[in-house]
Write a protein that binds this ligand. Structure first.
Ligand SMILES: [Zn+2]
Length: 247
């Protein structure tokens, strides 16, 4: 797809007639001792354009700037984490869609670079049901890489600041990765975060997993898989939305 951004003027966007808007959601939250608070936002800023550019479809997309704060309840308890409550996120998605749809945009892709925004999924259903057609599309890019893409990492998909996320940052923003990387092989499953904070689950370290095993090369391979998988998924959904006029 062709891409317009907020560096274009309103008149340029009007002339480009984007059929789709893309809202990446980042976070401002603790990422242990070795990654910055903006990690998820930086990933969104770098990778969202790659996904849109890889979507094989005639048409124009308006790539919005990555939202730098979202719902990070599980990472509170550290200085620097800023969290919107889930209902605030509901309001943000609804308001973004209201203004975009009024200006003629047909679809909004809400892209969760930070995994804590669980409420976004039911809000997408709520909006599509309300308007009786597919208008808002949920994309969690990490879900669209094949499972095998995580095979080379220390323990598969390490949720927060482990081998996976540190490798991604070494590939994209190596200057932000601190030398103080400590492995923290605690018993950890992402689902525990519904009941306990990351601070509690990680023994105060802020992460679980093996950041010392991270490499830029592993990060680059995963990025290719995530970008490809997400682009194919969007092509599929947009094709379905062309076919089904109703919800
Ligand atoms: Zn993160």
């Amino acid at each position: 797809m062709d891409i317009l951004t907020d560096l274009n003027t309103a008149f340029e966007v009007q002339e480009g007639q984007p059929e789709l808007a893309f809202l990446p959601i980042g976070a401002t939250e603790q990422h242990s001792r070795h990654l910055p608070l903006a990690t998820d936002t930086l990933l969104g800023e770098r990778l969202s354009a790659h996904i849109l550019a890889a979507v094989d479809r005639t048409g124009t997309a308006l790539l919005l700037r990555t939202l730098p704060i979202s719902s990070s309840e599980e990472n509170t308890g550290f200085v620097g984490t800023v969290s919107f409550t889930p209902l605030t996120m509901r309001g943000i998605v609804r308001d973004a869609w209201d203004s975009l749809s009024r200006s003629g945009v047909r679809w909004l892709v809400v892209t969760a670079w930070h995994g804590g925004n669980f409420i976004v999924k039911p809000v997408v259903r709520e909006l599509n049901q309300e308007m009786e057609r597919c208008g808002v599309i949920y994309l969690n890019p990490w879900e669209h890489a094949p499972e095998a893409a995580y095979d080379g990492f220390a323990s598969g998909f390490e949720v927060h600041c482990g081998d996976v996320e540190t490798s991604l940052m070494l590939a994209l923003h190596p200057e932000t990765v601190r030398d103080d990387r400590r492995d923290n092989p605690v018993a950890f499953e992402a689902i525990y975060q519904d009941m306990f904070s990351m601070k509690t689950l990680s023994g105060g370290e802020g992460h679980a997993g093996h950041p010392t095993q991270a490499t830029a090369e592993k990060g680059r391979a995963l990025i290719r898989a995530v970008v490809e998988g997400s682009a194919r998924y969007l092509e599929r959904i947009l094709c379905m939305a062309d076919q089904h006029e109703q919800y």
